[in-house]
Design a protein around this ligand. Sequence first.
Ligand SMILES: Nc1ncnc2c1ncn2[C@@H]1O[C@H](COP(=O)(O)OP(=O)(O)OP(=O)(O)O)[C@@H](O)[C@H]1O
Ligand SMILES: [Mg+2]
Length: 280
Amino acid sequence: MSALLQVRGLRKAFGGVQAVQDVDFDLAAGELLAMIGPNGAGKSTCFNMINGQLVPDAGSVVLAGREIAGRPPREIWRLGVGRTFQVAATYASMTVAENVQMALLSHHGKLFRIWPRAASLHRDEALELLAAVGLRDRADEPCSTLAYGDIKTVELAIALANQPTLLLMDEPTAGMAPQERNALMQLTRRLVKERGIGVLFTEHSMDVVFAHADRIMVLARGALIAQGTPEAIRDDAQVREVYFGSGRLVRAARAGERSGDRAGGQAGRSAAGGPAAGGP
Ligand SMILES: Nc1ncnc2c1ncn2[C@@H]1O[C@H](COP(=O)(O)OP(=O)(O)OP(=O)(O)O)[C@@H](O)[C@H]1O
Ligand SMILES: [Mg+2]
């Protein structure tokens, strides 16, 4: 079975800086793949080459068997690559439902300028999406009245309105409280598993990564230094040394194990090299 997304030999330099070098990975439908790495490792550059905002210097990005590297963002979006943004971007004066309706109009290829006469267009579909993310009862409130965590959730509904096959999430839980973060990732996880959407996400919170990713890639200075299950990454000596260099990773890995949320997670597996379970 071929992967939903196949990335091979992806490269990008900015002047003398090799931001991304020879990155290879696959992503399956319904899989949550985290890309982690220190600031400046090249994560956003990778994302921007996949969604078309940057043209790669070399390499290929194959989505469902079709080469998309170098195509314009709008075309890549049409081919089913959705994204959410680090900073929430909804229309504050519009209601929650209207924001989702706008996204549906766009997905169905209708023009924004018909909006004033189209307030009822796709309303049922929008309400269905809002029910799926747990915001059906907030549908008719202006977005400006929502808490930040709820706005991020509306953004998830907006991203789903385009029926993506691949969803790119650049720091989806940035700026959120820890509990909200886990709720949003749990919701994302459930919805993408139900719909068979592949997710590539970056995240600086290791707790979120280890609790919710099926697989983790580690990028350092533009190159992938490891990829594997959270268990394998946690135990990878090079990752610990190059990236984490402390006990922070081990603690996050154990927090992830405790959540028991990850599909295929092995809650009873002992943490090789980690401290005994149960300590703070
Ligand atoms: N448009 C650009 N022009 C010049 N250099 C850039 C540009 N975009 C990124 N870079 C450089 O490329 C490298 C990778 O940056 P990138 O933004 O991809 O890192 P990142 O992993 O997303 O970091 P962060 O965790 O801080 O978001 C960095 O050295 C950065 O300074
Ligand atoms: Mg970035």
